[in-house]
Structure formats: structure tokens, C-alpha cells
Design a protein around this ligand. Sequence first.
Ligand code: AMP
Length: 578
Amino acid sequence: MLEKVEGFNMEKVIEEFEEVTKDAGRVQIETLRKILEDNSEAEYLQNLGLNGRTDPQSFKNCVPLVTHKELEPYINRMIDGDLSSILTSKPITTMSLSSGTTQGKPKFVPWNDELFETTVQIYKTSFAFRNKEFPITSGKALSFIYSSKQFKTKGGLAAGTATTNVFRNSRYTVAMQALKSQCCSPEEVIFGPDFHQSLYCHLLCGLIFCDEVQFVSSTFAHSIVHSFRTFEQVWEDLVADIRDGVLSERVTVPSLRNAMSKILKSDPNLANIIQTKIMGLSNWYGLIQELFPNAKYVYGIMTGSMEPYLKKLRHYAGDLPLLTSDYGSSEGWIATNVNPTLPPESALYTVLPQIGYFEFIPQNKGDSDFIDVEPEPVGLTQVKVGQEYEIVITTPAGLYRYRLGDVVKVMGFYNSSPQLKFVRRSSLLLTINIDKNTEKDLQLAVEEASKFLAEEKLEVVDYTSYVDVSKDPGHYVIVWEISGEASEEVLSECCNCLDKSFVDAGYTSSRKVNCIGALELRVVRHGTFQKILEHYIGLGSAVSQFKTPRCVGSNNAKVLQILNENVVNKYISSAFNN
Ligand code: AMP
């Protein structure tokens, strides 16, 4: 793989992509065969009676659909140091921690070299298509990437977030150089033990190399927005550092100070230029474009739970296009963005049929959406345009028919491989009785209600929700952090609007007869969501992989505690009062 990356040839990558997508059905059969042959020694597969068969039908007949829960006993044995062939023939020696924002705590999932190969494969493919439309010459990327703490499990396995496992791979830097996407910050910044200090140094490196920065990125859009919100707070220190050539005392980690001392030189001229640019901005509009005159785009995952950050990101980006990256998870990659000119709201992800074996569980309309009937998955090339499906993945790292928990909609085909729109996590979010509201419903309600804030030039910085059933009837609690102070009147209107914006019939009918109580809007102190982020970092998550939990389960005591401790105001909806 290394050789291929070094000799990166965009035309060839596109040609290969054309070939595999034209023959997606056959490539899927081949991919499944290879995964099953490579792992024929695995105890898990041996116990299922495949007896050497590798065809999709036998696979479907013998291997059950599973979630993480069913695999946990196997994964726990590995974590405890059992190095026999459990899920894969070649024992797993590294674990990834998924961000775990849905369940409240990170999950361990197996990681191996094959997953690194698929990572490079997907990066190469999307880069080839992206570079056709938005060519970048040699230069640097301002990438807000962070390695999480890597630690050893009880049994001695290395564990960290999936992105950490990618960054720590010795071939990562070489791959990024070939993709002209080398991070402008030194490695010490990416691997720094304190993310506040690393973020400060990333910003400083971006400014030092501002003319060379070709694009600005992070794994998820949240992290880019978070970085520039921080920039608003610390820009004067950054400019002073460049003027004097002395790193701010806020950076105390010796490895960071040492690495930064090699690139930070006194440059009053650059400091003046940056200061003049910032002073010329109106409400930080176009900050990214202004600071990095040669940047071509802003890049990162911008769909799904990242959509709420798009407005702010566009504000910072000015005229620079926002390009969403690829679609995957700690468990494995799925699809790539080969239509980079589409705005994130209409982004399509094309499945790479050679990186895993994919099945799709049709989602029925209406209530049955959420009923646990025995699902009947279809293969990659049997999906129908316009239909929604939950994705099931089989990966080269020991997950077989694994329900990922994501719902996607098939929008069309690229040759014979489906193009997907990410819809939502499949788990139900807000429900008390017959009501069912997903993260997407919540997002739409928040968008609608925050229009009242926009009139006051305020915005929702971040939000989450939970159901409060401590009193009868239970009710929805929506929690907002706001960019400034809004009047009681406006917030009451927002609260009523939220209540009215959940249009699901189960909700509205229950509200009318008071089987669900009045919705409550809680406004929390500035910095509350930062505390939540820090809580997840403490659990081993990485900032660049962080996703705000949009619904906090009753078992997520710590996050509920943070929210409760920081409430500044509560509003109760009167939208359904007669
Ligand atoms: P993690 O748990 O950190 O591995 O995150 C994986 C999850 O992030 C996926 O299962 C999706 O729910 C979400 N995700 C990843 N890529 C995308 C994308 N391109 N668009 C929307 N959601 C995504």
C-alpha cells in the first residue's frame, strides 16, 4: 500500500473506482470471500457452521445479524488479553474506541492493518475526485486533528480512538504527503496531551503558514467550528506570539513548547497583516477565507449530526466552499464523496464495494419503523432508490453482519454502486409513549425555533435533549447554549415554537390530551457544552471525533449532572394551552 500511495496517480485511482463500481455485485462477492477465507480460523465463524463456504447466501443463512452487545463477550475476552483467533484468524492487538456519544460511554471495536488500508483507499478516492474540481498544489492543510490518549487494556492491547489509530500508523504521514494534505502543525501538536494547548498551537501554526494553507479541515465539522470560536477568544495572544516570537504561557507542555520553538519566529509584519485582517471583519464573517488567502475549501464530515454547525461554518468560511468528506465509523469505512461540488445538505456518499461487505435493512414507513420485527436485509446492488435502510457491515477486522445503527437513504447509483444520503442514527431519540422523534426531528425543531433568536442576532451554540419522566406526565426537555443573552419573551417564544415543531402525530395527539406534558426549554451557561466535550475526552474520546449527544439517556448521569448544574433559565411551553 505504501508504494501505491507514494506513486499516487489520480487518474489511476479514478479508473479503479470506475472499475469496482461498474461491477459492484461481483466485487462484493469477492470481498466477502476474501474476508471469510482470511478469517476461516476465527472461533466465531467456526462455531457458525460455515464449513468453508463463502457465498453470500450461506453467509446469510449461518451468520446472525448482531449489534455491539452480542459481540461484547468476544471483545471483552480480547481486551482481557486472550490472543487466540476469536473474531479474526490473526489476533487483534489494537482496539478502537468509538465516540460512544449515543450510549454515553465509548465502545471498544477491533482495529487492524486491513482497516488502515481501507482508510487510505477511501482517502485516496475522495481526494482524486476532490482534486479534479478543486485542485490544490503543494502546500499544507490546517487540520484540527488530535490523537486521543492511547492506553493499554487490562490484557495489554493498545486502545485509542479510530482516528488515533490512523494517525499513529507509521504510514499515515507518508499517505498524507502524497495526498498533499500534510498537516501544518508538527506531530507533537497532534499528539499533545492537552487538547486546549494543542488547539492553540494548531491555530498558531495555521497563522504562521497562512499563505501555504490549501484547505482547513477536521474529521468532523464540529471541531472546525469549535476551533474558530476559540480563535475569537485567543486571537490577540496568537498575534502577540507572532509579533514577539515567544509562545504564550498558556502552552505549558514541554513537547509542544519545544516543537513550536522550531517554527515560531518574531514576524511583526505578519502580525500586523493578521491584525488588520481581523479588524476589517464584520462579526467574524469570512474569517477563514481572510486568514488563509490560498485556501480552496473547508473539509470534514458535515452531514448527519454535523448539520447544525453548517450555518456557523459557512459564516466563518465566507465564500470558500464547504466539502463534506467520507462516511464511515470506528467499526469500518462505508462510502466516499465523489461529488465534491454538492453542498453538504445534498451530499451523496458512494459505497466502495471493495472495502467491506454491505447489507441493507429496509426501514418501513410509519410506526413499524421502530418495531423490532425480524429484519430482512438486501445486498448492495439490490437496494432501491428512494428507500431508507439501516446499514449492516462485515469488515476485515472481525465484524460480521454488524448493525451499525445508521439509517441512510439511497439516492441513486454511481455505476452499480449505491449513492447514499446519511439520514440519522437508527436509535429512537425522544419518546415517552406513542411519540417518536429522531435526531433529525429534533434538529428541524431547533432550526425552526432558533429563527426567533436570529432576529436578535443570537444563535444556538449547541443543543441536546432528554425526556423527563420523573413526574407524570413525562415531558421533553430541550437544552440550549446560546451565544448571548436573549430576552425572556424571545425564549418563551422559542420554547413554544419547539413544542409546536415536533409534528409527529404521536407527539401532537399526546400533547393535546396531556399524555405528554409541556415541553421545557432550559438555557445553560456559556461553556456547558465545552464541559460535556471535556467529559468525553476524559473517557478517551478525541476532540476531532466528538459528536454532541443529541439525546441524553437516563443512564448518562454525568452529562445530565453537567446540564443540570449549569441551567440559568427554564421555560415551559404554553403552545398547547387552551
Ligand atoms: P464513531 O462512533 O466516532 O466511529 O462515529 C461513527 C458514526 O459517525 C457513524 O456511525 C455515523 O453515525 C456518524 N458519521 C460518520 N460519517 C458520517 C457522515 N459522513 N455523515 C453523517 N454521519 C457520519
